[in-house]
Design a protein around this ligand. Structure first.
Ligand SMILES: NC(=O)c1ccc[n+]([C@@H]2O[C@H](COP(=O)([O-])OP(=O)(O)OC[C@H]3O[C@@H](n4cnc5c(N)ncnc54)[C@H](OP(=O)(O)O)[C@@H]3O)[C@@H](O)[C@H]2O)c1
Length: 252
């Protein structure tokens, strides 16, 4: 399993679970000391781990890391595109911040696409493979203040959906996990999240690992599905008005 964002949060917890299952895990993120710590935990649980430090916004480095993992292991059965960067910022505070939109696209979309392009030919040649993208319920909810983040994840969702239809006959599957709120470092800076229900990183890792076993096309939480259905069924103006009320009632 090639797992990105393995140095903390959902990725770290997923690595641990994969270790307990006796998995062979290639761990990718920028912080090498953290990756080595996680690798130690994977091996202590009976798995096998290798460490591949990489900044996934550097697309040449992404190509190199895919090559390194394939050279070391011969194939990748599962790619989990989990590394990500979230930005919660109102558009009125973003007029001079095009870099917010560039950064989220670079990591959440282009980095994941480049890694997918790196492993897909081998997966198709082996007639077997699975790509799990850790997306977000923000895409289902189109939640205010998440324009940069939700757009980058929605782009990856669309990429996966199109490519899934091209590679299914080669035994390759894509899963998009619309992850709900998870209590990790990512949400720590946002004070309003302290009061909202959030699942643990271990529970989120359980969702990812269950997806690896069952290979569904989409995984959704109750709250994500409710938001998606609400946005789809409510007359468009009503959905925007409801989300505008949420925006005005919540702090930046
Ligand atoms: N937490 C939530 O509520 C929530 C909800 C829905 C979806 N998600 C998604 O879940 C995924 C994991 O997030 P998390 O909550 O576990 O957050 P996290 O603890 O902050 O983990 C983010 C991971 O991404 C890695 N990363 C960040 N920038 C990178 C880069 N340029 N190159 C390589 N790796 C990079 C980080 O490692 P380094 O810093 O070592 O590089 C870290 O391992 C993300 O895709 C996020 O969008 C999270």
């Amino acid at each position: 399993v090639l797992l990105t964002g393995a140095s903390s949060g959902i990725g770290e917890a997923t690595a641990r679970r994969l270790g307990s299952a006796g998995g062979t895990v290639a761990l990718v993120a920028r912080r090498v000391e953290e990756l080595e710590r996680v690798a130690g935990e994977v091996e202590a649980r009976g798995g096998t781990a290798s460490v591949h430090p990489c900044d996934l916004t550097d697309l040449d480095a992404v190509t190199a890391v895919a090559g390194d993992v394939l050279d070391a292991h011969g194939r990748v059965d599962v790619l989990v595109n989990n590394a990500g960067h979230s930005i919660r910022r109102a558009i009125r505070r973003s007029y001079d911040r095009i870099h917010d939109f560039e950064r989220t696209m670079q990591l959440n979309y282009l980095g994941a696409v480049q890694l997918t392009l790196g492993v897909l030919p081998i997966m198709r040649a082996h007639q077997r493979g699975h790509i799990v993208n850790v997306s977000t319920y923000a895409v289902q909810g189109m939640i205010p203040r998440f324009a940069a983040y939700a757009a980058s994840k929605a782009a990856l969702d669309a990429f996966a959906d199109c490519v899934a239809a091209e590679v299914r006959h080669d035994g390759v599957r894509f899963t998009t996990v619309h992850m709900p709120l998870v209590r990790t470092n990512m949400i720590a800076p946002t004070r309003v999240y302290a009061h909202l229900p959030a699942i643990s990183p271990d529970r989120a890792a359980g969702i990812v690992c269950d997806a690896i076993v069952r290979r569904p096309h989409v995984v959704s939480s109750l709250e994500g599905t409710a938001m998606a259905v609400g946005n789809r069924l409510a007359p468009r103006g009503l959905s925007v008005a409801a989300r505008n009320a949420v925006y005005r009632l919540t702090p930046d």
